[in-house]
Design a protein around this ligand. Structure first.
Ligand code: ATP
Length: 491
């Protein structure tokens, strides 16, 4: 069930529909297989979306692997041996509670159905946290209170709540028997655990250390709505940090602080983020928090931070019969199975969050003039899909040729765009809408050796709309400095 958008009185507020429309219109995200009526829950990332998504991934990778001396990278296979998923507990436990309406046959995720009902009716909350409710309690609550969100029947005729395993499975090769069974990974991190010993040995890693990985994960979600928020195929940015037993609580606190700071660094205001503590812990967890963001549909999870104990390594040790322990030379050769802190962020949810946060319909009319709204994405320049747009004031008089030359000069350092069609004001608006932080305009003075502005261009800043004349031979370093000193825009 899609969560209802928050009621918004302001016609210029950001809504999910506006984001979807912008994404389609400007080539960020399209519905997959649209020519066939669309594949539910699947989305294609277009020319701007692919750069934007990669920039978010690169920012995460820089933060985790480049800025932490004790974190290394890995790219493990999507297909892992099927025993991996028995050991991890996914075959037995990785499921969501589902319930069907017997009148219209619509299938719902029972916990989310209650969550959405409580969001709309806060005074009617069940007497305990939803994630601690049993199947019977969920069913009682739904049958007593909730109209089917699809057919809106007030009869409340539902099946029992039952568990639905979220893993996609298939068979490798032509023989469809148990020995050829293969799962599409539902999380990236199990490859980190199965490779733990190889990483320690090949790179002489000393505990504590972390392993970062970005990749696709697949979950056979019961519901996939709200655009790219919940899909069957998505990308995760995960890091498993191995530490000595007994140090897990301080390590957990440190990573919680680090991950929170990452979002502030890239322009998410603190008031838009909230911690959610898990009341009911997963079978492997000692403690767990989610970082949630205030989407137009309300506060929802973007990243989970989990204290996983030695569960995963111990399970793989038991199922593979391979020793997964670590010998700590700095602690008298003590042998132990390390404890693990995990940070697990969704790349696609980060994509949606950064777009929602950056979006503004801003009245840029001067005082006394009629309202004039521009749509602008105040993206951090490190995330924006295009960094610099090069705009000749007009095509003729050699301005287009000079602009192409300048674009060529900038290309080596920045992602650029070139646009010559329409008035300069319209072109600025087009760039604002996709979040381009800098526009470089070439005019007659740029080419006129008699002008004091010879060999200079105008740099126009997206957020302030201010303009500055910059010497051509200083342009690259000027933009580099502006990126470094960028301050998040405050709406
Ligand atoms: P949810 O409660 O929303 O189903 P989860 O608790 O199952 O999420 P985790 O298993 O902790 O999620 O996965 C880590 C991150 O992966 C999530 O914070 C989210 O950003 C992302 N993620 C999980 N499932 C999906 C999905 N179906 N579509 C898109 N992103 C997802």
């Amino acid at each position: 069930m899609a969560k209802k958008e928050k009621a918004v009185a302001d016609p210029h507020a950001c809504t999910l529909d506006k984001i979807i429309s912008l994404c389609k219109r400007r080539g960020f995200v399209y519905q997959a297989s649209e020519i066939y009526g669309g594949q539910a829950g699947a989305w294609d990332y277009g020319p701007l979306g692919v750069d934007f998504k990669r920039n978010i991934q690169n920012a995460w990778w820089k933060e985790m692997a480049q800025l932490h001396d004790d974190v290394v990278g890995l790219d493990s296979a999507i297909f892992q041996h099927h025993t991996t998923w028995e050991a991890s507990g996914h075959v037995g436990h990785f499921s969501d509670p589902m319930i069907d309406c017997t009148e219209c046959q619509a299938r719902h995720r029972a916990d989310k159905m209650i969550e959405d009902y409580v969001a709309a009716n806060p005074d009617k909350a069940p007497g305990k946290p939803i994630d601690t409710m049993s199947h019977e309690e969920m069913q009682d609550f739904i049958t007593t209170n909730i109209d089917c969100p699809v057919c809106h029947s007030k009869e409340h005729k539902y099946t029992a709540v039952r568990e639905f395993n979220l893993m996609f499975k298939t068979y490798q090769g032509p023989v469809a028997d148990d020995s050829h069974l293969i799962y599409l990974r539902p999380e990236t991190c199990q490859g980190i655990f199965t490779d733990f010993k190889s990483i320690v040995q090949s790179n002489r890693m000393k505990v504590p250390f972390g392993v970062a990985q970005v990749g696709k994960s697949f979950r056979n979600e019961i519901i996939f709505k709200n655009f790219i928020f919940r899909t069957c195929e998505f990308e995760q940015m995960e890091m498993e940090y191995f530490c000595k037993p007994g140090t897990e609580d301080e390590t957990f606190d440190r990573w919680r602080k680090d991950r929170w700071a990452f979002y502030l660094k890239y322009g998410i205001p603190e008031k838009q983020l909230k911690w959610h503590h898990h009341d009911k812990l997963a079978h492997y967890a000692k403690d767990a928090y989610d970082i949630t963001y205030n989407f137009p549909i309300g506060f929802e999870e973007i990243e989970g931070i989990h204290s996983r104990t030695d569960f995963d390594l111990s399970q793989h040790q038991q199922y593979s019969k391979k020793d997964m322990s670590y010998i700590d030379q700095e602690d008298g050769n003590k042998k132990y199975v390390p404890y693990v802190i995990e940070t697990s962020a969704g790349l696609n949810r980060n994509f949606l969050m950064f777009l929602c946060e950056a979006y503004e319909e801003q009245n840029v009319a001067k005082e006394g003039e009629p309202e004039d709204y521009r749509t602008v994405l105040h993206l951090d320049p490190r995330l924006a899909p295009i960094t610099v747009a090069v705009l000749p004031l007009m095509k003729k008089d050699g301005l287009a040729e000079k602009a192409k030359e300048i674009q060529h000069l900038l290309k080596e350092d920045f992602v650029t765009d070139y646009d010559v069609s329409g008035t300069i004001g319209k072109r600025y608006r087009r760039q604002d809408e996709v979040g381009t932080p800098f526009c470089v305009t070439i005019d007659h003075d740029t080419l006129d050796s008699a002008s004091p502005n010879f060999n200079t261009v105008t740099v126009r800043f997206r957020d302030s709309m201010e303009q500055e004349r910059v010497k051509l031979d200083e342009l690259v370093s000027f933009i580099q400095k502006a990126i470094k000193s960028y301050k998040p825009y405050v709406k």
